[in-house]
Design a protein around this ligand. Structure first.
Ligand code: CDT
Length: 309
């Protein structure tokens, strides 16, 4: 039996600095309802979808920093989204800033994405591994990208979960530029990778890359999908947010590397595609048959005989 899954890539337009979590949850719920009315079983929201992209401002004040973070998920502000999703029988993936306080009182700040099943259970969390930008205040820039000041790298690497009838993994924004992000999950049999992003169109360290932002975005998402025989959902928070223009270009990629659905605006919009998860095996069982083409025959024989080297 074919394994079909209808997925919505729920792009968001800008979130203002003064927009509350509750304001964002109203927008997220509206996107979720739109997706559900179009048959979606899974809705993917962007990176840091509950706040403006706060790393564009530098602060050393610990309370101010942590004011952007969530200590619990769900919490009072996000519970209505979790409730509505469960009521509709729709799963979702949501990016947010996560504060983890250890038993010894140590505080850890992560850039996190959660995956929630259609029945409301949490499947898993992914904590961003590749933290871009800079550690210290750089006042000469038109805006800061101080992710390395706000977040520590996630300690868990790239996991893949059995969920939504397939093998699902997550990554966040800058992770999508690195081949190992996809490859680690690809070697674990991933069939669907969910990626939220905030990508400013101006890159201060090398502005000649500005004009290529859209090209590079689709280049890495398509290559990651094709080279690992997996669907990839790339979801932006786009548009001009607090004066900073960010890439939109939300799109869903097939294991062939082709785009199967995409947003056409830079604002709140859902792109929908009905995916056949079995389609992944066309690529993984032919051109990219890892066991056949990469595992040396000698090792395959040992494995088949059940022996050790
Ligand atoms: N959010 C995020 O990871 N953005 C980065 C911008 C890199 S420039 C500091 C990205 O790779 O899109």
């Amino acid at each position: 039996m074919a394994r079909h899954l209808t997925v919505g890539a729920a792009q968001m337009g800008p979130i203002g600095r003064d927009e509350s979590r509750a304001d964002c949850v109203v927008r997220l719920t509206s996107l979720l309802e739109d997706a559900a009315s179009r048959g979606c079983e899974l809705v993917v929201f962007p990176e840091l979808a509950l706040t403006t992209f706060f790393p564009r401002w530098f602060t050393d004040d610990a309370d101010e920093m942590e004011s952007w973070f969530e200590a619990d998920m769900p919490n009072t502000a996000t519970q209505p989204l979790f409730d509505r999703a469960k009521e509709l029988g729709v799963g979702f993936s949501l990016g947010y800033a996560e504060l983890v306080v250890g038993a010894d009182g140590t505080r850890h700040r992560y850039n996190t994405q959660i995956l929630v099943e259609r029945d409301g259970t949490t499947v898993g969390k992914y904590r961003k591994v590749h933290i871009p930008g800079h550690e210290s205040n750089e006042p000469g820039r038109p805006f800061q990208h101080a992710e390395r000041h706000y977040f520590e790298p996630g300690p868990d690497g790239f996991e893949v979960w059995n969920a939504f009838g397939g093998r699902v993994g997550m990554a966040i924004c800058n992770d999508r530029r690195w081949p190992e992000t996809y490859r680690v999950m690809g070697l674990k049999g991933v069939e669907l990778i969910l990626i939220g992003y905030n990508t400013p169109l101006h890159y201060e360290p090398d502005p000649q890359q500005n004009a290529l932002a859209g090209f590079h975005n689709h280049l890495v998402l398509a290559a990651g999908a094709y080279q690992n025989g997996t669907y990839v959902v790339g979801v932006a928070k786009g548009g001009i947010e607090e004066g900073v223009d960010s890439l939109a270009q939300t799109a869903i990629f097939a294991p062939s590397g082709q785009i199967v659905a995409q947003c056409i605006t830079t604002g709140d919009e859902v792109a929908v595609a009905r995916l056949d998860l079995d389609f992944c095996s066309f690529y993984n069982n032919t051109l990219f048959d890892f066991d056949r083409y990469r595992i040396p025959k000698h090792y395959r024989l040992i494995a088949e005989e059940g022996g050790g080297a």
